[in-house]
Design a protein around this ligand. Structure first.
Ligand SMILES: [Zn+2]
Ligand SMILES: [Zn+2]
Length: 881
């Protein structure tokens, strides 16, 4: 059974009730989640229920050895992740005999995150799990919980290999979300080839985060990269430190009542040069925001980004009410109509569910339109001592920088970002504040970064501080996207398209739980897909969310799991059904390679090595590179080898816990990168060059005057250099050569060719064929994620005027994973839509000759040369005609 509904719709309860019932009847339950952080959070939720007889425990890489023994013998609700199932639970299944025998249910939480190669691996791990539990006589029920996705039952069926029933109706109450699409302006700075540079999404996010934190608005900023999250937190802290050192004078707002100190973002100092062209909404769906809308910058302020404001159905956009943003009534009644009570997420009475409303033009989850009848939590109040609220460890008093001061700054005051309008109960703190100066001094400490790579204790401490209100702003990678139960958020900033509409709603849904209204801002990055989306809101709001793409039959995925399965329990003919139609053929190969031995009773793993080492389920390179601080010898963390080439090459700037490090040397022989603590004012981007060989064509069909193909390829990639970009502005500072070995992979690609006659015609018009193909390739890579639920960095491309294997002008886009992950195949299936969007993204960018928002690629090994923007549009037109 799969439940696929929005964030905070009650999925946890939906699987916990049957799970705990099964335990009370003497059974055991295995709970799987993609991240340790989420498992820890779910553990707290289960333990808070305090059900007698339920013995729950996390079993992951952080679990001490002594505890592991206890868990195997006594726990009946075990929370773990697919990695642990793969590496520990299944290979040592005999140690878990008691647990398996009584296993009644397997909960697969956040199942939508199992997609692509990782999802395909998890699908095979679940098949192995089914086989092992069957050996112990159990047939557990699978219960999957997923964010909204297309065809969830079908995707779940592919994931677990069994027919799956789906529940998709969401009747949970939800506040309105005001959604802003935010395009940072072009600056005066010049990048590669003289292209204009757009202000970075992280710089905008840092400004917005600082503004929101200064207004005591609990905000999560989702930043795509680990490094970016660190940078945003650091920058926001710096801005808040500047703010707290500024002189304050009393300020009376026009509305008289609600005052918000505004930081002065140092935009002018950071390359921001004011509005680029006429500002205003890109387009607006629903009620138009008023001039006084909180997202409209004041005239003469630091410029108005090209921004649209969208409201979900039933939502009042912030500021659309008669009251301006500063004129909120000072009483609390606009915020919380009932006194705070026990706010444990599991015991809080929630407002009556509304029947699902007509989704209207914006197909977001149903919104709550009634009054806020439920007691909203006062997240920062010490009275908020529900069983799940950890008492604040933060010893400083809670501050309320709302009151009675604002900045008198050089720059004109900026309209407060999301000052609450009536019916928009953004969190408000009790009035027992210490002096405002003290509070302002504390501001910088209210922002932190959070990401998956931190040590367990660091992560727990950050989650705790954010829950308690000691932290007000958190910049995070998607480690927090996955369900960690942080409630009472007011705003979510999403710096850069998160990859899928499902992820977008998942992230936006973090704010406005428990019936609160909320603000969500998608900040466009300087790339073609983001450009396309902020100019085409209908691509976000008017469409169903994506289906999950995974391919468990990928032979590169399946083969190592067959070995692992044989190592667990020798494989027999009867087992083969469970592993799908590709299994018999692959077994022959594995026997031929000497990995498995065939005997009359089945297939055996006879090596002393661990079979599970053959499968690298997170798709990395298997080997881990240790990051060591040169001066102290301190181990900072690890990265996998495949990403080490791009993230910790010699000369790279690497961020950890807000500290920046410079990589002195990456030594691939010893798997060590030596880092030193430094604060360069630039970031680095690795660049690679790629060669591609066609191994075979699987499918082809005509496309306009060209031909589209899908097939097997061999790709050789080499990181050859890196560029430096100034941190706050994205300005290009130069590049450095690197000497790293090439990496080869066999994968699948989609490619199109143009016949020589067509090419000759185009060439006669003076079009730069190489530049046009190259530009089209870059933009097409940028746009494929919209159709194939992948990441720009999951795929790559090659373009050439004349490819030796096709003899024609050819543009390739390939899956960046061994064996392919289904992305190129999606591109083949959706080629017309994909290439049309690619053309649109190029055409709608206001630059003259190409920039990172359209045809330049940050990872181009050829230094984004040659590129022909107009030529790319004409080239694509020949395919779309
Ligand atoms: Zn451009
Ligand atoms: Zn390129």
């Amino acid at each position: 059974m799969i439940i696929a509904t929005g964030t905070a719709s009650g999925k946890t309860l939906a699987y916990l009730v049957p799970a705990l019932t099964a335990i009370l009847e003497g059974g055991t339950v295995l709970y799987l989640t993609p991240t340790k952080a989420l498992a820890a959070d779910q553990l707290r939720a289960v333990q808070a229920l305090d059900v007698p007889g339920v013995r729950s425990a996390c079993f992951d890489g952080d679990t001490p050895f002594e505890e592991r023994v206890w868990i195997r013998q006594h726990a009946n609700y075990v929370l773990t992740n697919p990695d642990m199932v793969h590496r520990t639970l299944l290979p040592r299944h005999a140690q878990w005999t008691t647990f398996w025998r009584r296993l009644r249910m397997i909960v697969v939480d956040e199942s939508h995150s199992y997609r692509g190669v990782f999802g395909s691996h998890v699908a095979q791990i679940l098949r192995r799990l089914r086989r092992v539990t069957a050996k112990y006589g159990s047939r557990p029920v699978f219960m999957l919980a997923s964010a909204t996705s297309g065809d969830p039952g079908l995707a779940a069926g592919r994931l677990i290999g069994l027919e799956t029933a789906e529940v998709t109706t969401d009747t949970s109450p939800r506040g309105a979300t005001t959604f802003a699409l935010w395009e940072p302006p072009l600056t005066d700075l010049r990048g590669e080839g003289g292209a204009p540079v757009r202000r970075t999404a992280t710089a905008e996010a840092a400004d917005l985060l600082a503004d929101l934190v200064a207004s005591d608005i609990r905000t999560l900023a989702f930043i795509r990269s680990r490094r970016g999250a660190e940078t945003v937190a650091l920058t926001a802290r710096t801005k808040l430190a500047d703010l707290s050192s500024t002189t304050f004078t009393p300020f009376t707002s026009p509305g008289g009542g609600h005052h918000v100190p505004q930081p002065t973002p140092a935009r002018d100092a950071s390359g921001y040069v004011g509005p680029a062209g006429p500002a205003g909404p890109v387009s607006t769906v629903g009620p138009a925001p008023t001039d006084a809308g909180p997202l409209s910058a004041p005239p003469g302020g630091h410029g108005t980004p090209d921004t649209g404001v969208f409201s979900t159905p039933g939502a009042e956009p912030l500021g659309a009410a008669n009251a301006g943003p500063l004129s909120t009534p000072p009483s609390d009644t606009g915020f919380h109509s009932t006194p705070p009570t026990d706010t444990s997420p599991h015991s809080r009475p929630e407002p009556e569910p509304h029947s699902p409303t007509d989704a209207g033009p914006l197909s977001t989850p149903p919104t709550e339109t009634g009054p806020h009848s439920g007691p909203d939590p006062e997240p920062h109040s010490p009275a908020d001592a529900g069983p799940l609220s950890t008492p604040p460890t933060f010893t400083s008093p809670h501050c309320t920088p709302h009151h009675d001061t604002t900045i008198e700054a050089d720059a004109p005051a900026r309209a407060p970002v999301p000052a609450p309008a009536p019916g928009v109960p953004l969190a408000r703190r009790p009035d027992s504040s210490p002096s405002d100066d003290d509070c302002l001094a504390l501001l910088p400490s209210k922002v932190a970064a959070y990401r998956g790579g931190y040590l367990a204790e660091e992560r727990r401490a950050l989650e705790k501080a954010f829950r308690s209100g000691a932290l007000v702003g958190l910049a995070t990678t998607n480690a927090l996207e996955l369900g960690v139960d942080i409630t009472g958020l007011d705003a979510v900033l999403i710096a850069g398209w998160p990859g899928t509409r499902a992820s977008l709603w998942q992230q936006a849904g973090r704010a406005g739980r428990a019936g609160q209204d909320a603000l969500a801002v998608l900040i466009a990055r300087d790339d073609p897909l983001d450009t396309y989306l902020v100019h085409h809101p209908e691509a976000l709001f008017g469409r169903p969310v994506e289906s999950i793409v995974l391919d468990p039959d990928n032979p590169y995925v399946l083969a190592p799991h067959l070995c692992a399965a044989a190592a667990e329990i020798p494989l027999t003919e009867q087992d083969l059904d469970i592993f799908g139609p590709a299994a018999p053929g692959l077994l022959e190969d594995l026997v031929a390679q000497g990995l498995l031995r065939q005997r009359s009773s089945g297939w055996y793993w006879t090596s002393r090595d661990r079979a599970t080492d053959l499968a690298d389920i997170r798709g990395g390179g298997g080997r881990l590179i240790q990051l060591v601080e040169h001066d102290t010898g301190r181990l900072l963390g690890t990265v996998d080898e495949s990403s080490a080439h791009t993230s910790v090459h010699t000369g790279a700037v690497y961020m950890h816990q807000g500290e920046s490090f410079l990589v002195e040397e990456l030594d691939l022989d010893t798997d060590v990168a030596l880092l030193s603590s430094e604060q360069p004012d630039y970031s680095t981007y690795a660049r690679d060059v790629t060669e591609i060989t066609v191994l075979g064509t699987i499918r082809s069909h005509p496309l306009g005057s060209g031909t589209l193909h899908f097939g097997e390829v061999e790709v050789t990639r080499q990181v050859v250099s890196y560029i430096k970009r100034r941190l706050q502005t994205g300005e290009l500072m130069g590049d450095e050569q690197l000497d790293l070995p090439p990496r080869t992979l066999r994968t699948r690609a989609v490619w199109w060719t143009l016949p020589s006659a067509e090419v000759t015609t185009l060439a006669e018009t003076g079009l730069d064929l190489g530049g046009a193909a190259h530009a089209a390739e870059h933009a097409a890579i940028g746009l494929l994620p919209l159709f194939a639920t992948c990441d720009r960095w999951d795929i790559g491309g090659v373009s050439t005027e004349l490819h030796p294997d096709t003899g024609l002008l050819t543009v390739f886009v390939y899956d960046g994973h061994q064996g392919g992950a289904g992305f190129a195949e999606r591109g083949y299936a959706r080629a017309s839509d994909w290439l049309r969007a690619t053309r649109e993204a190029i055409a709608s960018c206001e630059c003259d000759r190409g920039c990172p928002s359209c045809i330049q690629s940050p990872k181009c090994g050829n230094g984004n040369d040659p590129l022909d923007k107009a030529g790319a549009i004409r080239l694509l037109d020949t395919l779309l005609s």
